[in-house]
Design a protein around this ligand. Structure first.
Ligand SMILES: [Zn+2]
Length: 330
């Protein structure tokens, strides 16, 4: 196909529900549940398949469409040429797709870390937005925990000392999790995903992580991972939130609201018979927390995700069994 032809296709095909090739990341804390729970075929080289980036548009990694006429084009290409059709009301002046969706499988505990807000991310010239994030627990070993915030109130100065001189892990608040729990981690909040916990994560499109403590762990060649204590102290906001979040009822009985962040809202849907959801004018991203569902020609199994462009007026879901879906809206 010539470049001119392909641009014509990209410019003219009516947008439709888009699926993407997952982008896998190998990190030392990763496990095997992307294979075992989701049945994904993942290259053997990724022996610690820690993350599956379902929908992402970062400078180095942009999702590639895997279904329909636009198969092979990237989310970035669609966004650049068709931003209003894709994003509708939230298109504004965005230069990147404003949300990111991942699954994380923590076989061992992640580093204690923190992310900057938009203002500090810009000041620090990180090349990304700030990062607000939310987790929904998909699977957990017995007594799995997450670490979010601190057990008591600490001043920024106290936390600074604990980070620089050691002991930050001793003041972190840990929360035992169960499947379906949702956690909210705004910028500036210290946090770590605990061993044995697998989550769906919805977040701002950023890959900036400042590590403050890595449990004295070393990688394959025996060296510790880099810490970013000074950057972390700069972006830290010593404030706790209610976690796990308390789901709120909506006007629709099968839908609850989990999170309203300035950058995204997160909903959870549960149903066992066909439903029509009106979505006109707003882009949304959806993922299957459990069960399976059909939409048009597509079947989505556990862990599968889809982007509904703002041009779509409604979605018709046909559940194969009881399905629980997460919906992110920018
Ligand atoms: Zn994080």
């Amino acid at each position: 196909m010539s470049a001119a032809n392909s641009d014509q296709l990209l410019n003219n095909v009516p947008l439709y529900p888009l699926r993407f090739k997952p982008i896998y990341k190998n990190y030392i804390w990763g496990g095997s549940r992307l294979r075992t729970l989701f049945g994904r075929q993942i290259s053997e080289e990724l022996d610690k398949a820690a993350e599956s980036w379902e929908i992402a548009d970062l400078p180095d990694d942009t999702s590639v469409i895997s279904n329909g006429l636009l198969c092979g084009y990237s989310l970035r290409e669609v966004l650049l040429l068709r931003s209003v059709e894709l994003l509708g009301l939230s298109a504004g002046s965005v230069s990147r797709f404003p949300m990111m969706l991942k699954y994380l499988d923590a076989e061992s505990t992640l580093s204690i870390q923190v992310h900057p807000d938009d203002v500090l991310a810009a000041e620090m010239q990180l090349g990304y937005s700030g990062k607000s994030e939310a987790w929904v627990v998909i699977d957990t070993k017995p007594e799995g925990v997450v670490w979010i915030g601190t057990k008591a109130e600490y001043s920024k100065e106290q936390l600074r000392q604990l980070i620089l001189e050691g002991g930050i892990e001793t003041v972190m608040r840990w929360i035992e999790v169960k499947c379906g729990d949702c956690f909210y981690i705004p910028p500036g909040m210290l946090h770590a995903l605990g061993a044995g916990v697998m989550v769906a994560e919805i977040q701002q499109p950023s890959n900036t992580t400042f590590r403050v403590f890595d449990w004295n762990r070393v990688d394959r060649d025996g060296s510790p991972r880099q810490l970013h204590k000074h950057e972390a102290i700069r972006v830290l906001k010593p404030k706790n939130h209610i976690n796990p979040v308390i789901p709120q009822k909506t006007d629709i009985s099968i839908c609850e609201l989990l999170i309203v962040d300035p950058n995204f809202s997160l909903y959870r849907w549960e149903f066992d018979r066909p439903v029509v959801v009106e979505v006109g004018g707003v882009c949304s991203i959806w993922t299957v927390f459990s069960g399976a569902v059909r939409i048009g020609q597509e079947t989505l199994n556990r862990g599968d995700s889809i982007l509904i462009p703002a041009t779509q007026k409604y979605i018709e879901w046909f559940p194969i069994n009881t399905v629980i879906l997460g919906e992110g809206v920018p």
